[in-house]
Ligand binder design. Structure first.
Ligand code: SAM
Ligand code: SF4
Length: 354
């Protein structure tokens, strides 16, 4: 019997595509990028808007229904809006989402709305202004908070806020979780993962040696820096009890914000939003993984943690749809059943499309 193209070898329906629109960024988060950013790409190395959109149209024929635009920072790319409009015009695509650091959202929200964006995830690791600068190097807390306000004002629903927790940063996780009480914000705590290879880490180490990372040294990824979700929840609940807020209550899957993916959701009693936990390290969710990634330079990565990639750029550029589809199908067919011990990846998160 012919194989269902939409399913991988383990029966998972692959319906979700994440695209790294660019690997450039206006922030330099210490766990993601060296202070001087990533090396600029040679002209022609990156897919054009037309090539990306054409790929999405082909992938829609293979069962892709939802697309997330990420990076790097998608809002710094002048390709984002034309790409979004082109994807919106593909009838099979039901949902377009964006992952952003939020800094440029107040400026771009109206255009994004017009271009057809449905929802946004905004990254925010701390509510402490000084720590925000320490983590992002180039960002200011105010910008990202205004980005969250803009997302709510412009009705990108749901608004999710992603926080990567790193033990040595000692973030105030209860303070962040509390953002979900009064407004429909879905706070998600993400376990810190070893992404990027030794060379990327050496760059970070050079920053640290110059004292320019504030002594955080997150380049030295260490399992002890990953805070398991269960521990985080205990910490948040203890602080919530002390603040008479009541403990987090588990949410039924049907009540989780749309596009819930691998997060498990909870809610403070009577809260407008929710609190989710994404436990990539302590609790693999590979059996439910429905996604593949397209890098800015035209490679399909079937698994975030595996460096096996399927290069599509040449076939796309040659207008060889049959070869594009063949390559895409090979990527889906070889999506690993699960990732095992995660020890880093050849590309940094900003180059994979986190
Ligand atoms: N620039 C956008 C942003 O920050 O939201 C989109 C790209 S960024 C690479 C996507 C997400 O990956 C962010 O939420 C970021 O915090 C997360 N991330 C980066 N490096 C990570 C790591 N080592 N472990 C876990 N999450 C990471
Ligand atoms: Fe930029 Fe996002 Fe990486 Fe921070 S996490 S440096 S905002 S790509």
């Amino acid at each position: 019997m012919a194989r269902d193209q939409r399913r991988d070898a383990f029966g998972r329906e692959i319906s979700y595509l994440r695209i790294a629109v660019t690997d450039k960024c206006n922030f330099r988060c210490v766990y993601c990028m060296p202070k001087d950013g990533v090396a600029p790409r040679a002209h022609g190395e990156l897919l054009t808007v037309e090539e990306m959109a054409h790929f999405v149209a082909l992938a829609a024929g293979e069962g892709i229904r939802r697309v997330r635009l990420t990076g790097g920072e998608p809002l710094v790319s002048n390709r984002l809006l034309p790409l979004m409009r082109a994807i919106r015009a593909i009838p099979e695509i039901e949902d377009i989402s964006l992952t952003t650091n939020g800094a440029l959202l107040p400026k771009l929200a109206p255009e994004l709305k017009k271009a057809g964006l449905n929802r946004v995830n905004i990254s925010l690791d701390t509510l402490d202004a000084a720590q925000f600068v320490q983590i992002t190097r180039l960002g200011r807390l105010e910008q990202t908070l205004r980005g969250i306000d803009a997302a709510l004002t412009w009705g990108f629903t749901p608004v999710k806020v992603n926080c990567v927790v790193v033990r040595r940063l000692g973030q105030d996780v209860f303070g962040l979780a509390r953002l979900s009480v009064d407004r429909p914000i879905h706070l998600r705590f993400i376990e810190y993962m070893p992404i990027g290879d030794e060379s990327a880490r050496n760059l970070h180490a050079a920053d640290a040696a110059s004292g320019e990372d504030g002594g955080l040294r997150p380049d030295q990824w260490d399992a002890s820096d990953t805070v398991p979700s269960s521990e985080l929840r205990d910490r948040i609940n203890a602080a919530a009890r002390a603040a008479s807020l009541g403990e987090l209550e588990p949410l039924a899957e049907t009540d989780a914000p749309s596009g819930a993916g691998p997060a498990r959701y909870w809610r403070f009693p009577g809260a407008a939003g929710t609190v989710g936990f994404i436990s990539a390290m302590s609790n693999h969710f590979c059996s439910a993984c429905n996604r593949v990634r397209l890098t800015a330079d035209g490679a399909i990565r079937p698994c975030l943690f595996s460096d096996t990639e399927y290069q599509l750029r040449d076939a796309l550029r040659a207008g060889d749809d049959a070869r594009v589809l063949e390559t895409y199908r090979a990527a889906v067919a070889h999506k690993p059943e699960e990732h095992e011990v995660i020890e880093g990846t050849a590309r940094a998160m900003s180059q994979i499309g986190g």
